[in-house]
Design a protein around this ligand. Structure first.
Ligand code: IPM
Ligand code: MG
Length: 357
């Protein structure tokens, strides 16, 4: 029996609903496969915790999480707590504290989901965006002086280090090499930003020499939005800075038909710390508690978690089950259906148990 301990942090809004759905699906995989076991420990950190304790998680939070094999995360953000507080109080300290420097965001048009690119004859869109997740524009460097005065100044400094850029570049080239098309696009803004971004280009060239099988090219981020929209089939693996990839992954989600189904993995490739898996969609307070949150992103990121734990068959079975259910039109309202979270979850569980999956 292979056993994994998973820390769950459902947090805010629809987070608890989709993480509970994900746990149900993982428990059904456990029953179906018989040789794998998941134990969950729940952490009630997030905006409610903040309102009671003045912090998003306890000061020894990372210490508590360290011993788990993975972290399964819902969403943070509440209407009555500033976004930078929720972000810098929980999700970023985990990503940065555990050096989860590779943020991996796959994009596919799932069966049954309608993409705005549907009339373009693009066939299957299949991308992975690798987002630098430890530095860049999210380094938290900067400040404000002379607050409220006419001469007030604010700086937001992007930090790019040779270590940080080299390791994400290597991760991206390696991932590109492992995929059938062996194709990588390196995104920057090295025409206008002539220091850190030119260093990205230089390091991409250096790392490329280690991966002769990978075909790669460079794109400026503005032109990249056009290429993603008009020539989506020319792309496969994409690597970009923290902020550029944040923006491009929203576009990718929209082009695939819905940000509501998009997953993300915050990975420590060296496996010194647990990696963290979460849906991209956020807390969606407008539909929280209504039972209609789309659990697909939480399922897809659970599949990423299983891959990271080297449970490849388990992961593949889960994705086949998800695709069967979306393909059958069992969808929540955000993607044009009328099913509830529970109905989609039950359908995925049924598919997991089916003998012809
Ligand atoms: C994402 C989100 C976050 C980010 C927000 C919630 C701060 O947009 O995961 O893409 O920018 O990292
Ligand atoms: Mg984003």
């Amino acid at each position: 029996m292979r056993e994994y301990s998973i820390a769950t942090i459902p947090a805010d809004g629809i987070g608890p609903e989709v993480i509970a759905a994900g746990q149900t699906v993982l428990s059904n995989l456990e029953i179906r496969l018989g040789d794998v076991k998941f134990t969950f420990k729940n952490f009630n950190w997030g905006s409610e915790y903040y309102k009671r304790h003045g912090v998003m998680m306890p000061s020894d939070g990372l210490e508590q999480l360290k011993k788990f094999d993975a972290i399964y995360f819902g969403a943070v953000g509440a209407p009555d707590v500033p976004d930078h507080v929720t972000l810098w109080g929980l999700r970023l300290p985990i990503c940065q504290g555990f050096d989860q420097y590779a943020n991996v965001r796959p994009t596919k048009i799932l069966p049954g989901i309608t993409s705005p690119l549907r009339n373009c004859g693009i066939g299957d869109l299949d991308w992975v965006i690798v987002r630098e997740n430890s530095e860049g524009e999210y380094s938290g460097h900067g400040g404000r002086a002379h607050r409220g005065l006419p001469e007030e100044v604010g700086t937001e400094v992007a930090i790019f280090t040779r270590v940080g850029v080299t390791r994400i570049m290597r991760y991206a080239f390696k991932l590109a090499q492992s995929r059938p098309r062996k194709l990588l696009t390196v995104v920057t803004k090295s025409n206008a930003q002539r220091h850190g971004m030119v260093m990205w280009d230089d390091i991409a060239c250096e790392v490329a020499a280690e991966f002769p099988e990978v075909t790669w090219d460079k794109m400026l981020v503005d032109a990249m939005t056009v290429r993603m929209t008009l020539k989506p089939q020319s792309l496969d693996t994409i690597v970009a800075t923290n902020l550029h990839a944040d923006i491009l992954s929203d576009l990718a989600g929209a082009l695939a038909g819905s940000l509501g189904v998009a997953p993300t993995a915050n990975i420590d490739p060296e496996r010194r710390f647990p990696s963290m898996f979460e849906p991209i969609h956020g807390s969606a307070f407008d539909i929280a508690g209504k039972g209609i949150a789309n659990p697909i992103a939480a399922f897809w990121t659970a599949a990423q978690m299983l891959d990271h734990l080297c449970e490849r068959e388990c992961s593949a079975r889960l994705m086949r089950a998800v695709e069967r259910v979306t393909g059958a039109g069992i969808l929540t309202p955000d993607v044009g259906g009328s099913a509830t979270t529970q109905e989609v979850t039950e359908a995925v569980c049924d598919a997991i148990h089916s003998s012809n999956l």
